[in-house]
Design a binder for this molecule. Structure first.
Ligand code: HEM
Length: 479
C-alpha cells in the first residue's frame, strides 16, 4: 500500500506528528513548532455557533418528482411537467434542545426542504405541525428564551415555558398538538411536514393565488409515549438520526407525498378567518388537499459538519411562480434566517456546496470572508455598465398586491377566535388520545405554579369544557 504523507494546510509535509519540538529531551516546547501551532489553532476554531433554534438535526439528500399537474396555479419550473425530478436536501430537527440534545424529546420537529431547481433554490422551511405558537414575530425571541435554559439555574424551566404559553391564547392550538400523541414522533420518517405559512403561487398568466403546503409521510404516522421516549433516550440519544441514517443505508428510502391547498385572492378577501394567521389551519373541508408529487430521501451525507451543520435554509429562497404572503411571521423570517446565517456561517455561505444553487449565478456581490469561488475574476462589479451585464427580469414581476388600511400597530388579538380550532382538534381525538393529552400535559407541567396551571385549564376550557376538566383532573386541581 502506498502511504500518503500528512501535510500542513499549506501542502508541505509534516515532519513529526508524534513528538513536539522541544529544547532538549525534557525541556519546554519551542514556539517554532509551527505544526503544533497550526494543529491547535485549527482545533480552537472547530466549533461554529449552533442554530439558535433547531440546533440538533439530521440531513439527507434525495429528489422531488411531480406526479400531478398544478401548472394552472404556478409557473414554477420545478412543477412544469409530470415526471419532472428536482434534486433535494432535507434537514430535520428538534427545536428547543442544543446541538447535543437527545432526539426523542416532546417538541416540535423541523422539516426543512431545499430544492435545487433550474431557476434557483427553493427552501420550504417547515415543521411537523401545521400551525405555530405565535402570529406576531415580536414574540419569537421571547418564545426562544422561555423554552431554552433559565439564565440563573442553567436548567430548562417548565414554569417559564408554561407562564409564557398560557399568557398567549393564540398558542393553545400549537400547545395542544405538542402535548398530543403527535408531539413526540417515533422518528423523522414517521411524521408529516407542513410549510405552515400561507405562501403565494403565480401562474403563467401572472395570476396569484394563496397556497399552503403539506408533506404526508408514506411511512405512516408513528409516535412514542412519554414512557417509551424516556426508555429510548436512556439507551440512545440519537434515535431519530440512527433511524433515518440506517433506513437510507439499507435502501429503505423514506417518502412523503406533497399536497397543496389553494385559496383564491377573492376567497381570501371574504373568508371568515384571517388567511395569513399562522396559528390557524385552513380546514380540508373548505380547502381540499391537492396532490402534487413525491419527495424521496435516498442518500446520506458524506460529512455531517460540511453538509448538515453548514446547511442554510431560508424562507427568502423562492423561485419565480412561488412567493410570499402578508403573514407577518413569514415576513420576519425573510430577514432572520439570512441574518443568522451571515453570523453563523459567513456572508459567502451560499457557496458552501450544500447551499450552492445548481443553476448559473450572476451577481455583483464580491469579496467578503470565506470567498472560495474565484470571486468572479475580472468581471464587472458595477451597474449600470456598457456591457449588458447583468440584466433584470421584469417578466418575473409578480402581479401587484393590493393593500388597505393606515399604518399602525394593530392588535392581532382582536382578529379572530383562538379557541375554536384547538377545540375542534380536541374533539377529533379518541377517548384514549384525549387521556394521553391530559397526562402528557400534566407531566410537562410538573413543578409549575398553581396560578399558571389554572390559567392553562381556563384556556383549555374555553376551547372545550371537557379539555379543561381533563387537564384539571390530571393536574389534581379538581381536588
Ligand atoms: C431555524 C428564526 C419561525 C422552522 C431558525 C433559525 C432562526 C429562526 C434564526 C436558525 C437559522 C440558521 O441559523 O440557519 C425564526 C423566526 C421565526 C421562526 C424569527 C418567526 C418569526 C419558524 C416557523 C417555522 C420555523 C413558523 C416552521 C413553520 C424552522 C426550521 C429551522 C429554523 C425548520 C431549522 C432549519 C435548518 O434545519 O437548518 N429559525 N423562526 N421557524 N426554523 Fe425558524
Amino acid at each position: 500500500m502506498r502511504m500518503s504523507k500528512l501535510t500542513h494546510a499549506s501542502g508541505a509535509p509534516v515532519v513529526d506528528n508524534q513528538n513536539t519540538l522541544t529544547a532538549g529531551p525534557r525541556g519546554p516546547t519551542l514556539l517554532e513548532d509551527v505544526w503544533l501551532l497550526e494543529k491547535l489553532a485549527h482545533f480552537d476554531r472547530e466549533v461554529i455557533p449552533e442554530r439558535r433554534m433547531h440546533a440538533k438535526g439530521s440531513g439527507a439528500y434525495g429528489h422531488f418528482t411531480v406526479t400531478h399537474d398544478i401548472t394552472r396555479y404556478t409557473k414554477a419550473a420545478l412543477f412544469s411537467e409530470i415526471g419532472k425530478r428536482t434534486e433535494a436536501f432535507v434537514r430535520f430537527s428538534t427545536v428547543a434542545g442544543e446541538r447535543g440534545a437527545a432526539d426523542a424529546e416532546r417538541d416540535i420537529r423541523g422539516f426543512a426542504v431545499k430544492l435545487y431547481t433550474e431557476q434557483g433554490i427553493w427552501d420550504l422551511v417547515g415543521n411537523n405541525t401545521p400551525v405555530f405558537f405565535l402570529r406576531d414575530p415580536l414574540r419569537f425571541p421571547d418564545l426562544n428564551h422561555a423554552v431554552k435554559r433559565d439564565p440563573r439555574t442553567g436548567m430548562r424551566s417548565a414554569q417559564s415555558n408554561w407562564d409564557f404559553w398560557t399568557l398567549m391564547p393564540e398558542a393553545l392550538h400549537q400547545v395542544t398538538i405538542v402535548m398530543s400523541d403527535r408531539g413526540l414522533p417515533r422518528s423523522y420518517r414517521h411524521m408529516h411536514g407542513f410549510g405552515s405559512h400561507t405562501f403565494s403561487f403565480v401562474n403563467a398568466q401572472n395570476e396569484r393565488c394563496w397556497v399552503k403546503f403539506t408533506l404526508k409521510t408514506q411511512q405512516g404516522i408513528q409516535n412514542l409515549t412519554d414512557a417509551e421516549a424516556q426508555e429510548l433516550v436512556g439507551r440512545d440519544r440519537e434515535s431519530s438520526q440512527r433511524d433515518l441514517f440506517e433506513a437510507i443505508e439499507r435502501g429503505d428510502f423514506p417518502r412523503w407525498t406533497l399536497f397543496v391547498q389553494i385559496m383564491s385572492e377573492e376567497q381570501a378577501r371574504t373568508w371568515r378567518q384571517n388567511p395569513f394567521d399562522l396559528t390557524k389551519v385552513w380546514p380540508h373541508a373548505d380547502f381540499p388537499l391537492l396532490e402534487v408529487g413525491v419527495l424521496e430521501l435516498n442518500r446520506n451525507p458524506e460529512n455531517v459538519f460540511a453538509e448538515v451543520e453548514q446547511a442554510a435554509f431560508t424562507p427568502a429562497n423562492v423561485v419565480p411562480g412561488i412567493g410570499f404572503s402578508p403573514d407577518r411571521m413569514l415576513q420576519a423570517r425573510l430577514f432572520s434566517y439570512g441574518d443568522a446565517q451571515r453570523y453563523r456561517l459567513g456572508v459567502n455561505h451560499h457557496q458552501i456546496p450544500v447551499n450552492a444553487p445548481k443553476c448559473p449565478v450572476h451577481s455583483y456581490h464580491r469579496d467578503g470572508q470565506g470567498r472560495v469561488d474565484g470571486n468572479q475574476g475580472g468581471r464587472l462589479a458595477y451597474v449600470p455598465n456598457s456591457h449588458g451585464e447583468w440584466t433584470d427580469s421584469p417578466e418575473r414581476m409578480e402581479p401587484p398586491l393590493p393593500l388597505e388600511g393606515a399604518a399602525t400597530h394593530y392588535d392581532h388579538r382582536l382578529d379572530g377566535d383562538d379557541h375554536a380550532q384547538p377545540g375542534a382538534l380536541f374533539r377529533l381525538f379518541s377517548p384514549e388520545e384525549k387521556q394521553r393529552l391530559f397526562d402528557n400535559t400534566a407531566r410537562a407541567m410538573r413543578g409549575v405554579s398553581r396560578e399558571v396551571c389554572e390559567r392553562h385549564v381556563a384556556n383549555c376550557t374555553k376551547a372545550d369544557p371537557e379539555y379543561g376538566a381533563g387537564v384539571a383532573r390530571a393536574l389534581g386541581l379538581d381536588r
